[in-house]
Design a protein around this ligand. Structure first.
Ligand code: CAO
Length: 429
């Protein structure tokens, strides 16, 4: 006759009051020995509690968020034809039929013996790059899914079974080689390292913005063939003018930084090279040319990177652009930026000029096809009319999508941009 057995949390080392983060089974499910019944998470690791024997789940005594320790009653299972070792004889039906509150874990001292779960059966996995329990990792491995590519919808971005299944469904639904959206990359999973083995560590969750932007950056980096073209612009004249203008507008609290000039110069250059002011359509076979010039500006905030968009840059003057730059960066840092403020961009400028550095390789903000990185200007000796003269040089790094833009076009774009920046008359056009 089928016997109902209690399943208790087995020896989980020194951990106490460990939160239940996932219960992948429900009442009525048939489970096989070793199948995960629930997942626990400490600050260092996630662990699965596997079924000790085959059977059918009769009652679940805990819920997600409950805290459990060694010996907590978690479930009752109607065992299927396996005689459990003596130590693991669970209490018979009456013991579990007592109306213990279904949502509260039974105390560890419940008069039931632990079900036969050898401590070694508990899978311990350090919380690594992809946030998923061991059973989900196993499931993903069986399906050949690289977990680092799956967006987790669970608590704290954890990857659930549904996420893995949806990822597989989406991958299958994608046309092979779809160039605009699909990636279909299968790379080795990152090794899971228990860093605590080598010294003291502290685990800090990524901010919400970092999680969102990280997934996008990752997709863009792996799915767009990037090339970065470097150039230096002589901004000596521009800087003299900027200082003049800056002194004039400081009274009105408007800060004129080189970035306002960069925006204007980029807009002029984008007009001249319309293929850079474009996006691939969903089929990846057509270029959508935009008749407007909206430029995103990467803003560094304490919570991560945000990219508010400044509209119709080609139709605005330097002072207006400087004013809007001040407004959007304050808004981003005060967390007042809305999703609409970050939409509709055609091109992005990422300026690290206020911080330092000589060059970098920015990641394209898809579906845009190019992004301009700006580093810190510095005085350099430049050969002119038979002698070296000191000039203020601004380093530019343009990353572009090589599916859309050829190397020659990339170099023409940066050369033109450098000309515009070095010749104030062109900026006024
Ligand atoms: N060369 C030399 N000096 C520069 C410069 C450059 N290219 N760009 C700016 N500066 C100077 C400014 O003139 C200003 O000088 P003062 O304080 O003497 O007036 C100072 O550096 C600070 O400028 P700023 O950073 O306040 O203003 P900005 O308009 O240059 O930039 C903003 C605004 C919001 C873009 C910037 O603050 C920011 O967040 N940058 C980081 C963007 C980022 O993280 N990009 C990386 C994306 S890829 O991960």
């Amino acid at each position: 006759m089928a016997e109902i057995k209690n399943v208790l949390v087995p020896d989980i080392g020194n951990y106490k009051d460990v939160p239940v983060i996932e219960i992948p089974v429900k009442v009525g499910d048939s489970v096989k020995a070793e199948q995960s019944l629930l997942t626990l998470e400490t600050d260092k690791a996630t662990m699965d509690v596997p079924a000790p024997f085959d059977g059918v789940v009769k009652e679940i005594k805990v819920k997600v968020g409950d805290k459990v320790s060694d010996g907590t009653l978690i479930m009752t299972i109607e065992a299927r034809g396996v005689a459990a070792p003596a130590v693991a004889q669970a209490s018979p039906a009456p013991a579990v039929a007592t109306p213990a509150p279904a949502t509260k874990p039974a105390p560890a001292a419940a008069p039931t013996a632990a079900a036969p779960i050898a401590p070694s059966a508990i899978a311990l996995v350090a919380s690594g790059s992809a946030h998923a329990s061991p059973s989900i990792r196993r499931f993903a491995r069986e399906l050949g899914v690289n977990l680092t590519l799956v967006n987790g919808s669970g608590e704290k971005g954890r990857v659930t079974k549904d996420d893995v299944q949806n990822f597989v469904k989406q991958s299958l639904a994608q046309p092979r080689g779809a160039s605009a959206g699909g990636n279909g990359l299968q790379v080795l999973e990152m090794p899971v390292v228990d860093f605590a083995k080598f010294g003291a560590i502290e685990t800090k969750p990524l901010s919400r913005i970092k999680k969102i932007s990280g997934a996008n950056l990752h997709r863009n980096w792996v799915s767009i063939p990037h090339v970065t073209q470097f150039e230096e612009a002589d901004i000596s004249e521009m800087e003299a003018f900027r200082k003049e203008l800056g002194a004039e507008y400081a009274k009105q609290n408007i800060k004129i930084t080189p970035l306002a000039f960069m925006l204007k110069a980029a807009a002029i250059t984008l007009k001249h090279f319309p293929d850079f002011n474009a996006s691939l359509d969903a089929s990846g076979e057509n270029l959508v040319l935009k008749k407007y010039i909206h430029i995103g500006v990467a803003v560094d905030t304490p919570d991560g990177l945000m990219v508010p968009v400044i509209r119709d840059v080609d139709q605005k003057g330097i002072v207006q652009l400087a004013t809007e730059l001040g407004e959007v960066s304050a808004k981003a840092r005060d967390k007042k930026i809305t999703a609409a403020d970050m939409q509709g961009g055609c091109f992005t400028i990422s300026s690290l000029g206020g911080i330092g550095g000589t060059a970098f390789t920015p990641i394209i903000n898809a579906p845009e096809v190019a992004i301009l990185g700006v580093s810190r200007s510095s005085m350099k000796p430049v050969w002119k009319d038979g002698e070296f003269v000191p000039r203020l040089m601004l380093p530019l790094s343009l990353s572009y999508d090589h599916r859309v833009i050829d190397g020659a076009a990339g170099a023409r774009f940066t050369t033109y941009l450098a000309h515009v920046l070095s010749d104030m008359r062109r900026l006024a056009l």
